[in-house]
Design a protein. Structure first.
Lengths: 267, 312
């Protein structure tokens, strides 16, 4: 296993597209964190506790960074099919399950630390921006990374981006085509989001609990979900960790299907 | 290690098409074995079955006595050059060989060694995007040699090489075989193999057509087709046809004779007191032997088509 891990790490390290995707995860998280104050305003008339989740606001760049994460996951497998390199890969390591596992491990090893730093920096640069937009005490007392809720949200965001990268890897191994992989992954990630406003409350709840989007709940520090696309904030549909587990279950399911297919298909 | 490649009753279908049909052969060490057949004969599919890239519906393929997928470090047993496009264009030649070496615990120093061997040292740090087809073939060959394997399987290695490159490739294959390795080289051009191969396995429509030494094949072809010039074409044709030859007139005084040894033709014609003005022996090259073999499969096809028409 260590040999194939070593090989897959070298492949990732020497893939320009992968490095660009990692850079995009960082740039999108931090960039959107820095301008969040321009996009959201606190209600200045608030006297008591504000009801916006400033932690979640600071990390809302995840909605774009997830596109880069999906591209990263796909880039580990679909170019191999496009160029025929997959035959060199399976020729060198005929245990195809081990190849897929190694790809999943090196993908996580690259995504998680980059996403963690990106989320932490995004959180930090968002604070002055949010203060400038009126998120100030007493309605909004200052938060720091040392606050348990904030720390969990930052770490959870990094885990969530890793789950989305793994989901794209699994889908990429199933459909073996770059364009189709990105399209399918984004449909899964953004579809529920876009459909949100059109759905009946029952269906919306179902989507919130069971779609890959459920993991966004890990960002919540108020027990509420951030309102999306003009929707009102609603109660958190699923526990903060439960949602993350749902997102990982989607990635795991895609990788399991990929494993079953990859073993019997011709390379 | 017994570094042979052997297949036993190898069979593979694609939908309703029987791509590989009960194919059995053995490729031995210490010589260059050509693997020939027209495009679409099933050469690449056979190689993929041997390399565990595709699964057989029936039969087995063994390398050094084991199924490819059971080899723990396959690159140290079998080096394969498949289509030269199997390289990510954004990676450098050295990085491509690096991950391959790491995947099979091959010493990293071997990477520069094989790059030197195939003459790519100066291009090692460049992305393969800018490589010519010939350079990609060389890189593919470097990858095949990386694990210093006793068995080499090369799919059309001459593709994209210039005449100088082909000469170089031939010499390399020869020296690899002389070192005692098993060298299995596919080609759709028999002429390409004539100078290199010691032995030939020919297939058509997934079936074995020939498994013979190059000398045997050339000998079998030499006696097969003879062109005669004679003032008495019709008399000679009748005479030879009576002895079992297939004869056809190609001009007023020229006749093509098939299926009769040249010596026998001369004997029959002179005994009958007829005149021969000229006699040309065709089929003295491997190419002719090959045409004869593959034409056999074509004839077989038209016969089968005929059957179908009668039945319907």
């Amino acid at each position: 296993m260590s040999a194939v891990l070593h090989a897959e790490w070298t492949k990732l390290r020497t893939l320009r597209g992968a490095k660009l995707s990692l850079l995009c995860i960082f740039a999108l998280m931090v960039g959107l964190g820095a301008i969040v104050g321009k996009l959201s305003n606190a209600d200045a008339s608030l006297a008591g506790q504000g009801d916006d989740d400033v932690v979640q606001l600071a990390l809302f760049g995840v909605l774009l960074a997830q596109i880069a994460a999906a591209t990263l996951g796909a880039s580990l497998i679909t170019p191999e099919y496009a160029t025929g390199m997959i035959r060199a890969t399976f020729g060198a390591t005929p245990r195809r399950g081990a190849v897929l596992a190694a790809k999943a491990i090196v993908l996580t090893a690259a995504t998680l630390p980059v996403a963690l730093v990106a989320a932490a920096v995004a959180f930090l640069v968002a604070q002055p921006s949010l203060r400038g937009a009126g998120y100030i005490a007493p309605a909004y007392p200052p938060v720091t990374l040392a606050d348990p809720g904030a720390f969990r949200a930052v770490a959870g965001t990094a885990l969530l981006l890793s789950a989305y990268a793994l989901l794209a890897l699994g889908i990429g191994a199933i459909v073996r085509h770059a364009g189709a992989t990105i399209a399918l992954t984004l449909a899964l990630l953004l579809g529920p989001f876009i459909a949100h406003g059109l759905l009946s409350p029952d269906l919306r709840r179902y989507f919130d609990e069971a779609s890959p989007l459920a993991g966004l709940s890990v960002q919540s520090t108020t027990g509420q979900m951030l309102g999306m696309f003009g929707n009102n904030a609603g109660p958190l549909p699923i526990g903060v960790w439960g949602g993350l587990a749902v997102s990982f279950a989607w990635a795991g399911a895609a990788l399991l299907i990929a494993y079953a297919l990859i073993r019997k298909r011709d390379a | 290690m017994d570094a042979t490649i052997e297949t036993h009753g190898l069979t593979r279908r694609f939908g309703s098409t029987l791509a590989i049909d009960d194919l059995s052969f053995r490729v031995r060490p210490g010589r260059v074995t050509g693997f020939v057949g027209p495009n679409g004969a099933g050469k690449t599919t056979t190689l993929h079955l041997i390399l565990g890239l595709a699964a057989a519906d029936a039969g087995t393929a063994l390398v050094a006595g084991r199924r490819y997928r059971e080899l723990s470090w396959p690159l140290t047993v079998v080096g394969a050059l498949l289509d030269a496009g199997s390289i990510h264009p954004g990676r450098t030649a050295r990085d491509h060989l690096l991950w391959l070496a790491q995947s099979n615990r091959i010493a990293v120093g071997r990477v520069d060694e094989v790059l030197r061997l195939v003459g790519l040292s100066s291009a090692a740090g460049r992305p393969t995007r800018g490589f010519s087809l010939g350079m990609r073939q060389r890189l593919g060959l470097a990858a095949a040699l990386l694990g210093d394997p006793p068995v080499l399987i090369l799919d059309e290695p001459g593709n994209g090489l210039d005449p100088e490159g082909i000469q170089w490739m031939r010499a390399l294959l020869r020296s690899l075989a002389d070192e005692g390795r098993t060298v299995f080289v596919s080609s759709h051009l028999m002429s390409e193999l004539e100078a290199t191969a010691d032995h030939v396995i020919a297939i058509g429509h997934g079936r074995l057509l020939a498994d013979a030494s190059v000398d045997e094949l050339i000998a079998s072809a030499a006696d097969f087709r003879t062109e005669l010039r004679t003032p008495d074409a019709s008399g000679v044709m009748a005479l030879l046809a009576a002895d079992g030859a297939i004869v056809s007139a190609t001009g007023r005084d020229t006749v093509i004779v098939e299926g009769l040894a040249t010596g026998r033709i001369v004997e029959l014609v002179s005994r009958a007191g007829m005149t021969l003005e000229a006699l040309t022996q065709h089929g003295s090259s491997l190419e002719d032997a090959y045409f004869r073999l593959t034409r056999g499969t074509l004839e077989h096809d038209s016969a089968r088509l005929g059957d179908l028409e009668t039945r319907s």
